[in-house]
Design a protein around this ligand. Sequence first.
Ligand SMILES: *Cc1c(COP(=O)(O)O)cnc(C)c1O
Length: 451
Amino acid sequence: MTDSLVSDVFGGPSLPQERRLVTAVPGPRSTELFARRGAAVARGIGTTLPVFVERAGGGVIVDVDGNSLIDLGSGIAVVSVGNAADAVVARVREQVARFTHTCFMVTPYDSYVQVCEALNRLTPGDHEKRSALFNSGAEAVENAVKIARVHTGRSAVVVFDHAYHGRTNLTMALTAKNMPYKQSFGPFAPEVYRVPMSYPFRDGLDGPAAAARAIDIIETQVGAANVACVLIEPIQGEGGFVVPAPGFLPAIARWSRDAGAVFVADEIQSGFCRTGDWFACDHEGVVPDLVTTAKGIAGGLPLAGVTGRVEIMDAPHSGGLGGTYGGNPVACAAALGAIETMEREDLCAKARRLGEVMTANLQETAARTGVIGEVRGRGAMVAVEVVRPGTREPDAAATTAVAKACHAEGVVVLTCGTYGNVLRLLPPLVMPEPLLDEGLAVLDKAFATLS
Ligand SMILES: *Cc1c(COP(=O)(O)O)cnc(C)c1O
């Protein structure tokens, strides 16, 4: 029984780990709130599922109508330790009662230092490192570029097809996909150069060949001596959970080092146990010069980091980096609770196990339906690419239809991909296995009703 319940630090009733539908999804109260949302919130902020949340914990989200939904999205890979995880809630409560903010740049506090120590310890490589904390993933990426430019005295930033790095001005320029992220929001920041990603399902190239293709373009169109940094998601997130062919990342990292450029791994979505290791780079033993982190780092509170080699991180002058809220004490307390949970519960192993279950189930679904071109991912970062039967032609309409069918049955799934045809699964890593099985059965049924 303890397995299927999430204990409540407030001593109230536990949150049953179950799918339970008591109204249509969305129900009447959600529908009413959604109408109010429309009259108050700007249209530019989208909605995946118009269900308003009352509580969430473990692997479920309970809405204002009393429906309990299976969460296969984790708020976009954020609540990997589970929503309102005990250790996160306890540390946040303790911190919020002591002080909520001083600004680390004005009068420091030790939780910021502890988070930096943890990042220096957990990120790939055992060289000497330093870290800096920010509020969002986009802000971390912007700062990684600032640091790389100061360190190298160069300005060019190399990024990849299908990349997603955020929505601020510089990170819009770094992001590949136009709609909805860039359309009408330019002009964009200069000195950003895009090269082909390794995308085995679509390019058929092995890792070294795909790397050679990218490197040739960098050398001939940008010039190795102009490159401040090469910025890459070791497994792409919004771009479609694209896992590069083996050998691609090591070759790109080696080229960067030889060219005197900074190799930056954007592990904002793939980091913190998600892929079955602490960071996606770990799977191929790739040691980045800088790593950006956010999302899973703090159990849902806004926090982000840049971590890397001391000589690179310390290149900017004192006062050159920072921000009013970066490394807020409540967010740092949450991160310490989240990291403690990942270590204590061995969430890397849990991610691997959930990944095995998802991959096996999805491969069966693929064999039955014929519209799944590929099942791919690593650990608990798994996706299917939906295509027209017998082809590699992306089918965004079918992907949306399957996602909507899952939502109506009380299972939260997300889509992604340059062509909108990738259905991705990112369950909290504490998801009870029977609940995951049930979610996958609903997904299988949704695919079955397609044909
Ligand atoms: C989400 C994401 C970002 C942006 O993070 P925000 O916190 O939304 O600014 C950057 N890079 C990757 C790989 C992401 O998945």
